[in-house]
Design a protein around this ligand. Sequence first.
Ligand code: AMP
Length: 213
Amino acid sequence: MRVIFLGPPGVGKGTQADFIAQKYGIPKLSTGDLLRESVAKETALGKEAKGYMNRGELVPDGVVIGLVEEKLGSKECQQGFLLDGFPRTVTQADQLSTYLTAKGEALDRVVYFSLSKDEIVRRISGRRSCPECKAVYHLESVPPKSEGICDTCGKSLIQRNDDKPETIESRLAVYQEQTAPLIEYYQNRNILGELDGAGLVSAVQDRLVALLA
Ligand code: AMP
């Protein structure tokens, strides 16, 4: 299975991606996670990406495409993959298509997660994540058992720099301008399925499994 999760930030793609990757036994590739890892390790790529990420802008296409192609070329992605947060521009989508075609592969499905703006802002502002194991919580809807501490590894939870209120609006504007055109792009290729991202994690999960069946 070769799948893309598409949609605005904060819509729940990452949470559902972890579940689907496990259920279908395919690797999840989150460009946001890969980039944050590079920033934390202070690699050359991380140093280049950091400023864009903190401002809520997209990292240049060339950087992200290189990162993704390197992963897709690895053995673990040969039987399928789930891309979370990539592609985010038409250039990235075109490049992915060229790359897969050259390998004789094709995408099976693109899932577009939709949600109202109010709910997106509520989800992003309440989001807290574990810098160690990357587990994601929400202050109201998915709180950790003890306040501010990761259930899984006991580390202190953090709020991502780009989840702070001043950056949310610019991320949403960037999404509208650069990523939303991909909805029509994949609709025209007849592989897009729309998923209502509202409600409980478990309810979205059920709808998603039905959509992918
Ligand atoms: P995410 O965790 O998917 O919300 O991504 C966090 C940030 O990483 C984004 O706001 C961008 O700055 C950067 N990023 C992640 N994926 C991409 C991508 N496909 N293209 C460009 N920038 C990206």
